[in-house]
Design a protein around this ligand. Structure first.
Ligand code: SF4
Length: 348
C-alpha cells in the first residue's frame, strides 16, 4: 500500500475543485481566502472574495480602509471581527514589512489575526513552508482515519492530531497536502455519513474498518437552540431610516441596527416604547407589525418583528441612508426586504 500522502495527493490532483484562491500563489490573496473560509461555506465566499480583492488588491489598500468600507467589503460573510483583525494584520504588514506579506514563519505568526490555522495555511500554500493547517475538516479526516476515540477538543487529542499530520506532511508539497486533506473532508469524508466508497485512503481507515464512521470525531454536543422574539421599529423618512450604530465591544460593532431591545433580547410589543425611551431617550408611538423575519446568530433562533412607529423625539437615534453604502446589519436588511421590498433601497 502506498503511503497516506501519496494516495491523498494523487486523488487531489485528479479531483480538486477549481476555486479562485487555488489559482494564485499571492500570499495576500491566500490570506484573505483563508480568513473568509473560516466559519463560512466555499460557495458563500466565491463572490465576496473576488469583490474584496478587486477593491483591496494589496495589504496597503486594505490597511487604509475606513470602518464603513471594511463593513461593506465584508458584507454577506458575517463574523466581522475577522475583517477587523485582517485589517490590523494588513496595517502591520505595511508598517513592519514594507507592504509585503512576510515569508518567514515567525514573522507571519506575529501578525494580528494570524492564528495557528491561518499561519499553517498561508505558510504552506503561499510559501511552501512545512507547516500543517488543522481546521474542522482536517480534524474529522484524521480522527476517523486513525480511529481517535477521545474528544478532538482535548489538548491531548490536538497534540496527537498535530503529531500525526507532521509525520504525514510531505516536504515537497505541504500546501497541496493541507488543501487535499481539507478537500477530502469537505467533499468525501463529510460530517454525518462519509462517502467511504470513493475515498482514496479507505483501505487502512480505522473508522471504516470498525464501523465508527458516524460516531467519530467525538465532540461536545452543540448548545441547545434558544428562541428569541426580538422587536424593532421601522421609521422611514425621505430615503432614510432611524437607527443606531453598534458601539465598540458589541457584536457587529460599527454596523447600524434598527432600534429595539437588541437582537438577542426577547421583547413584548407593549414594552417596545419603554425600551426605546430607556435605551435611546427616544419617544415613539408604536404601531402594528410591518414585517416578520427570521435570523440565526450562533445558537439563537431569532424571530424579528418590525413595527411601524410615529416618532415624537429621536433621543440618541439617528437617520441613516437606506442605501448599500450604509452598513446596516443583516437582520435590518431582511426587514427592509420584507417591509419595503428591497434590501438596499436607493435614496428617493
Ligand atoms: S474511509 Fe470513510 S471515514 Fe475513512 S477517511 Fe475515508 S471517507 Fe473518511
Amino acid at each position: 500500500m502506498q503511503p497516506f500522502p501519496t494516495r491523498l495527493l494523487r486523488w487531489y490532483d485528479g479531483c480538486r475543485r477549481d476555486l479562485p484562491w487555488r489559482r494564485t500563489r499571492d500570499p495576500w490573496a491566500i490570506w484573505v481566502s483563508e480568513v473568509m473560509l473560516q466559519q463560512t461555506r466555499v460557495e458563500a465566499v466565491r463572490a465576496p472574495y473576488e469583490r474584496f480583492l478587486a477593491r483591496f488588491p494589496t495589504p496597503a489598500a486594505f490597511a487604509a480602509a475606513s470602518d464603513d468600507e471594511l463593513l461593506a467589503a465584508w458584507r454577506g460573510l458575517g463574523y466581522y471581527r475577522r475583517a477587523r483583525l485582517l485589517r490590523d494584520g494588513a496595517r502591520q504588514v505595511v508598517t513592519a514589512h514594507g507592504g509585503a506579506v512576510p515569508g518567514q514563519r515567525d514573522e507571519l505568526a506575529e501578525l494580528p489575526g494570524i492564528g495557528a490555522y491561518t499561519l499553517g495555511a498561508v505558510a504552506s500554500i503561499a510559501f511552501g513552508l512545512p507547516e500543517v493547517a488543522i481546521d474542522g475538516n482536517v480534524e474529522r479526516v484524521v480522527a476517523r482515519h486513525r480511529g481517535l476515540r477521545e474528544s478532538v477538543e482535548t489538548a491531548a487529542a490536538r497534540r496527537l492530531l498535530r503529531t500525526i499530520l507532521e509525520q504525514w506532511l510531505p516536504k515537497k508539497r505541504p500546501g497541496d497536502f493541507n488543501q487535499a486533506l481539507m478537500e477530502l473532508g469537505a467533499t468525501v469524508c463529510k460530517p454525518g455519513t462519509p462517502d467511504c466508497a470513493n475515498c482514496p485512503v479507505a483501505s487502512d481507515c480505522v473508522a471504516r474498518a470498525e464501523g465508527l464512521t458516524t460516531t467519530l470525531p467525538v465532540r461536545k454536543p452543540p448548545r441547545a437552540a434558544v428562541d428569541v422574539q426580538a422587536r424593532v421599529v421601522l421609521v422611514v423618512d425621505r430615503g432614510r431610516a432611524l437607527g443606531h450604530r453598534l458601539a465598540a465591544g458589541e457584536a457587529n460593532a460599527g454596523q447600524v441596527e434598527l432600534p429595539g431591545a437588541g437582537m438577542l433580547t426577547s421583547c413584548e410589543a407593549a414594552d417596545l416604547a419603554n425600551v426605546l425611551r430607556e435605551r435611546f431617550g427616544a419617544s415613539a408611538a408604536v404601531g402594528p407589525v410591518l414585517a416578520t423575519v427570521r435570523h440565526a446568530i450562533t445558537h439563537h433562533r431569532i424571530t424579528l418583528q418590525a413595527h411601524a412607529a410615529t416618532l415624537r423625539r429621536p433621543g440618541s437615534l439617528q437617520w441613516f441612508a437606506l442605501d448599500a453604502a450604509t452598513p446596516w446589519t443583516t437582520p435590518s436588511r431582511k426587514v427592509f426586504q420584507g417591509a419595503l421590498d428591497t434590501d438596499a433601497p436607493r435614496q428617493a
